[in-house]
Ligand binder design. Sequence first.
Ligand SMILES: C[S@@+](CC[C@H](N)C(=O)[O-])C[C@H]1O[C@@H](n2cnc3c(N)ncnc32)[C@H](O)[C@@H]1O
Length: 273
Amino acid sequence: MGSVTKKEEDEEEAQAEVEIWKYLFGFTNMAVVKCAIELGIADAIENNECPMTLSELSSSLGCAPSSLYRIMRFLVHHNIFKEKPCSHGATAYVQTALSRRLLKKGEKSMADLLLFESSHVMLAPWHNLSSRVLKDKSSPFEGAHGDDVWKYASKNPVHSKLLDDAMACDARLVVPEIVEGCPEVFDGVRTLVDVGGGNGTTLQMLVKAFPWIQGINFDLPYVVSVAPESEGVKHVGGDFFEYVPKADAAFLKVSNKNIFSSFPELVHCHFPP
Ligand SMILES: C[S@@+](CC[C@H](N)C(=O)[O-])C[C@H]1O[C@@H](n2cnc3c(N)ncnc32)[C@H](O)[C@@H]1O
């Protein structure tokens, strides 16, 4: 009773033989999706009036059909784009709900967040995970880059822009749910400070939905110095460990809840950085 039979053992072995390859090549999902965003595949198909064949797509993107075919085959296999038969016997590609997340702009675009998370800077800390587990007291990000996330961004404007754009991308997904789900919390709020508000996208959306609010976007000076101007939003630079501007209410946005639906194991761990 309860002992593993030879048949079950064989099945587990056979399963492991297949499963292990996921870990060997798990990185390919992110690499191919990043490639698709950089090439602008979803944008090209979205902007075309009808489904695009491989030859149309490759000439529009300026790449070799044979290389593009391999990328498209991978993406179609993962339900990012669909194939559709078209006239004269060719196959054409169409958008799916997932491929629309790869559009460079738009309400549901996740492109900026994907480009940020797949950047060399953000992937390097993952390579230090074992040293953190063994002995390292510093964060994996610091181990990889010598500075914490924010200091590193303050010295690297290109990375800082990538980070701000990624956070804004998350804001575009989350804020509409707040506006729809609990508008009453903004009743009577005349001034609202977003603590660590990045480039001000969150406040920009909140002020648009609740126009009686005066927004104060509070973030580190190097972040607000390049944040775009927006009506109803004042940028204030400073360090929230020292002070936070006075307002009727303070807003602090944390991670998108959907990350925990996709990766429930992350709920109880502090993953890099
Ligand atoms: C994870 S991001 C969140 C951005 C934004 N709230 C959002 O969700 O889109 C954290 C923000 O806090 C800012 N931040 C970090 N340390 C800070 C500090 N000491 N004082 C003010 N802002 C800080 C960063 O520059 C960054 O914009």
